[in-house]
Design a protein around this ligand. Structure first.
Ligand SMILES: O=C(CO)[C@H](O)[C@H](O)COP(=O)(O)O
Length: 363
């Protein structure tokens, strides 16, 4: 029996095969990952050989609409205020605003980022971290996170929010809870006073697959007669979460949505429910990029701060917006997601500044 970490299952007599199957880190030929970040990590911790130089990480493309620009505005402002040099463990959330979070973190430079580890909330954010050549970790290694920044489907005045439009809310809640500071970033369409006003598809609820019918029945009794199993669009059958579970979308009447914490506890008590996409009393601040280039910041203590357009990070160096012509067809909505957003209220600023904006998720 070999004492190497790789234990043989069958005896290989051919020496060539033997060396193929029994390579160990000390051989210096440990299989190399195909992607740069992982190559960087392997080089640091396992191999002794010189790594190939890394290509520059891909940049996020310029925003293609006012909504996209406001997502970037929110993300950049939040990163500038909350991701400080002393922060070493950073949670990266999910959704269409988060690529701009990663973009701004990368812009802080290699020097500060080389001592940081980034924890993803799911497949998408893991890809963002890897592609940006940042060091990837997981919450089981780092159960205490300095700052987590995440998107949201809708946020109310008390910073309660709906999350899980992208089906990641279980990991998102774990990373929010693990964080000393949890910050939300979103465009102006997500800023509301009562949850469910803008995001109509209902509260995302992750459930163990075998129990979904019983849970649906219980949700109907609890006050959500239209609760449904979320179905996949490019696959036959239900959406399956990163954790192998099903997702139910349960719209509740406004009266119940006005007290999201009570609703959260009642749903969570249903047997078979893994996690509920209602995040109550968790966020320290929520950043909303506005159509006029300003940023609204709602703080956990009830303060509301406005950052004027000429004071925002984008004002330092104006960023291009690739405008979408009015006649262009609306981008296809992510059917499992932002299509539930109601159109934003019309404002003078909107009329003056915005190209025709679909009320659906733009990415
Ligand atoms: O909770 C989430 C995924 O589970 C997302 O953060 C939320 O859905 C916002 O996504 P987007 O910015 O794409 O609208």
């Amino acid at each position: 029996m070999l004492s190497s970490p790789l234990v043989p299952v069958v005896q290989l007599d051919d020496p060539a095969l033997h060396s193929l199957y029994y390579r160990t880190p000390s051989d210096g030929v440990y299989p190399q990952p195909l992607r740069p970040t992982l190559a960087g990590q392997t080089t640091q911790y396992i191999t002794t050989s010189t790594p190939p130089p890394l290509a520059a990480p891909p940049k996020a493309p310029p925003p293609t609409s006012t909504v996209e620009a406001s997502k970037r505005l929110a993300a950049w402002t939040a990163v500038d205020r909350h991701i400080l040099p002393e922060h070493k463990v950073i949670g990266i959330g999910s959704g269409s605003t988060v690529p701009y979070v990663v973009e701004r973190i990368v812009a802080q430079g290699k020097k500060v980022n080389k001592d940081r580890v980034f924890i993803p909330t799911g497949f998408q954010s893991k890809e963002l971290i890897v592609n940006a050549q940042l060091l990837l970790g997981d919450v089981d290694q780092y159960p205490v996170i300095d700052v987590t920044i995440d998107g949201a489907d809708e946020v109310d005045h008390d910073l309660n929010c709906i999350k899980g439009g992208g089906g990641c809310h279980l990991r998102e809640k774990v990373l929010a809870e693990a964080a000393d500071t949890f910050v939300l970033v979103a465009d102006y369409r997500k800023n509301s006073s009562v949850l469910g006003t803008m995001f109509k598809q209902g509260i995302p609820i992750e459930v163990v697959p075998f129990a979904y019918t019983k849970i649906l029945q219980n949700l109907h009794l609890l006050g959500s007669p239209n609760a449904v199993l979320r179905m996949a669009k490019a696959k036959a059958g239900p959406v399956v979460s990163d954790n192998g579970n099903f997702i139910i979308d349960a719209p509740f009447p406004e009266e119940m949505m006005k007290d999201p914490y009570t609703l959260l506890t009642r749903i969570k008590m249903l047997t078979g429910v893994v996690e509920v996409g209602l995040f109550c009393h968790m966020a320290k601040a929520a950043y909303f990029g506005n159509q006029d280039g300003s940023v609204t910041i709602k703080w956990h203590d009830g303060r509301v701060e406005q950052v004027r357009a000429d004071k925002s990070p984008l004002a330092e160096k104006p960023q291009p917006i690739l405008s979408v012509p009015d006649s262009a067809p609306a981008p296809a909505a992510d059917p499992s997601h932002g299509s539930a957003l109601a159109p934003p209220p019309a404002t003078a600023a909107a009329a003056a500044n915005a190209p025709a904006e679909p009320a659906t998720k733009a990415s």
